[in-house]
Design a protein around this ligand. Structure first.
Ligand code: GRF
Length: 184
């Protein structure tokens, strides 16, 4: 099965997913798509000899990205730290698109709720726990059907960075396995 990853930044999740599927043959990461030409995820892709596609926001919305996707024939599209709204023209062609969100949706979701903003809001609200949500992508931010959630206790965390680290650990631990189950 072919997996295409979309990422805008660091790509630590992408790296974990690539490593996981190099070790087991349930699926193959066939390409990494990014809207940021200088994103670290692109270096990671190159180190693993995985093809990359870089595009602008306009190209995402105007068909260029869809054309490129046809070439890779994805069975599953995975957004792993992808920061642009995923366009409807692609969702019409590919219904299996999933995203990972660094909080327990429906809390801390929606526009503006990404990256450190999420963890800062969780800290400010003195939450005792946070976690991860893996969900299908639809036309509304963070509102697609849930696939998987996992919580973690954060009572010992004093900064948003500490929360981010705990959430990242959860993501790395569970995301590849959830993907594997989806393409079974
Ligand atoms: C993750 O926390 C993910 O939940 C969010 O963006 C972050 C990406 O981290 N959507 P990385 O680029 O995989 O390190």
């Amino acid at each position: 099965k072919n997996i295409v990853l979309f990422a805008s930044g660091n790509g630590s999740n992408a790296e974990e997913i690539i490593r996981y599927f190099k070790k087991n043959n349930q699926g193959t990461v066939v390409a990494i798509f990014s809207n940021k030409p200088d994103a670290k995820v692109l270096d990671r892709a190159k180190n693993h000899d995985i093809p990359t596609v870089v595009f602008s926001r306009a190209q995402l919305n105007e068909g260029f990205v869809l054309e490129k996707l046809y070439q890779f024939q994805p069975d599953l599209i995975v957004l792993a730290g992808f920061l642009l709204k995923f366009p409807e023209n692609i969702l019409k062609e590919y219904s299996k698109v999933i995203n990972i969100h660094p909080a327990l949706l429906p809390k801390y979701g929606g526009k503006g709720m990404y990256g450190m903003n999420v963890h800062q809001a969780v800290l400010d609200n003195k939450e005792k726990e946070t976690g991860i949500t893996i969900h299908y992508v639809n036309e509304h931010y963070d509102e697609g059907e849930f696939i998987f959630q996992k919580a973690v206790n954060i009572e010992d965390c004093k900064t948003a960075e500490e929360i981010a680290q705990k959430v990242h650990e959860l993501e790395h631990q569970y995301f590849p396995e959830v993907i594997a189950n989806l393409i079974k």
